[in-house]
Ligand binder design. Structure first.
Ligand SMILES: NC(=O)c1ccc[n+]([C@@H]2O[C@H](COP(=O)([O-])OP(=O)(O)OC[C@H]3O[C@@H](n4cnc5c(N)ncnc54)[C@H](OP(=O)(O)O)[C@@H]3O)[C@@H](O)[C@H]2O)c1
Length: 355
């Protein structure tokens, strides 16, 4: 029989009880290309029971947001490199959306310390929804071949074969560990290459990043050198997802967690791939070369010139990274924008490109 003290211990306090008192949500990276539509949704939905806080690094964006005088939104200026600030803000939140930089282990550690502090005070497990990417699936193909390997977010054994040396995997594993230590419920969302025009109040008001900086950097490099850029023969296959449909998944995931659906995977079961299609990198190159110039593989010197200090992005352009979003779809996520929409969006960007 359980002792009285064990019945009262934090681990026995039900998740339902915890969520019924939930009020505060913290957004880190809410002005980003991906984070903007997500923060917008929480501003635009019925948020009367929610106290929203956004950590914004840019004083100009913070000022614009404050001037909008949005109900329920508290704007804090600061960097996620400010460990004390991040730890405090997180320790005051029931839910944290971490969407700034999935490669930043120090920032993730600050978030995890804050989450732990919150748990120690409330004895309720805060919810951490962390934005990562399918970069961790990369196979080092350097554009030389198309892989048959398809990772599934339901196949945890397969995901666990990914070594800690894969892009952002060290951060993902630190977050998984926090879940297994029992002081947070964490969910990792992993989109493929994200495309499309963001919608929502932050996009309308010009507060968020309007384009995918990685894709923009590839297009810019291609125009600058007068040749569509690629790794090797561009035979690698990547996962893609529309930016609005990424926000759809995040909102579905949040609502499912709040509704306390018991089947929602978290911790080592909490990976959610966001991929609506696989695209051969060569198809992407075809679109870019139609205006930027005939394709030519990047040399390492060019990669370092155009994408300095970004080894994981350099690798991503040549990696296979195919992702089956089975767990995400099982939650009810139904993406409709696939290869055709991705290539159309890319064509539109390339056609309007001004160097
Ligand atoms: N784009 C993709 O295709 C893609 C796909 C899958 C996953 N991801 C991952 O998702 C995350 C977000 O990507 P994104 O495309 O939305 O990037 P992004 O447009 O560069 O947005 C990053 C967000 O984080 C904020 N931020 C950056 N450094 C910060 C700091 N030191 N302190 C506080 N806030 C900071 C940015 O603020 P500012 O508004 O001031 O810039 C912005 O709000 C990244 O980890 C990325 O790797 C991206």
């Amino acid at each position: 029989m359980a002792s009285l003290s064990s019945l009262n211990s934090p681990s026995n306090i039900s998740h339902t009880t915890a969520l019924s008192t939930m009020k505060s949500i913290l957004f880190i990276g809410g002005t980003g290309y991906i984070g903007g539509p997500i923060l917008s949704r929480f501003i635009e939905r019925d948020n009367s029971n929610l106290n929203l806080t956004a950590l914004i690094r840019s004083p100009e964006k913070a000022d614009k947001l404050r001037k909008l005088n949005l109900r329920g939104l508290n704007v804090v200026i600061g960097s996620h490199h400010d460990a004390t600030l991040v730890e405090r803000l997180v320790s005051e939140a029931d839910v944290v959306f971490s969407m700034a930089d999935c490669d930043d282990l120090q920032a993730a550690r600050s978030i995890l310390r804050g989450v732990k502090r919150r748990f120690e005070v409330t004895h309720v497990k805060p919810i951490l929804i962390h934005m990562a990417r399918t970069g961790c699936l990369g196979d080092g193909a350097q554009g030389a071949f198309s892989s048959e390997t398809m990772y599934s977010d339901l196949d945890i054994a397969q995901i666990e074969t990914l070594p800690v040396t894969q892009p952002h995997r060290n951060v993902d594993l630190a977050i998984v560990e926090a879940d297994s230590q029992g002081y947070t419920h964490r969910y990792i969302v992993l989109p493929g290459l994200v495309f499309g025009t963001p919608h929502g109040i932050l996009a309308r008001e010009g507060v968020q990043n309007p384009t995918n900086l990685a894709l923009t950097a590839l297009i810019r490099a291609s125009f600058t050198r007068g040749a569509a850029g690629m790794r090797g023969d561009a035979k690698n296959i990547i996962a893609v997802a529309d930016v609005t449909e990424v926000a759809d998944l995040v909102e579905i995931l949040y609502d499912s967690v709040i509704a306390n659906k018991t089947e929602i995977g978290h911790g080592s079961n909490g990976y959610y791939f966001v991929s609506s299609a696989d695209v051969l990198f060569e198809n992407l190159v075809e679109v870019i070369e139609s205006r930027a110039g005939k394709r030519r593989a990047f040399t390492q010197e060019e990669l370092d010139l155009y994408f300095p200090n970004l080894p994981s992005l350099q690798g991503f352009f040549g990696d296979n990274g195919r992702a089956d979003s089975a767990r995400s779809r099982a939650l009810g996520w139904k993406p409709v924008k696939a290869t055709e929409e991705f290539l159309l969006a890319l064509r539109d960007e390339v056609e309007h490109w001004q160097l």
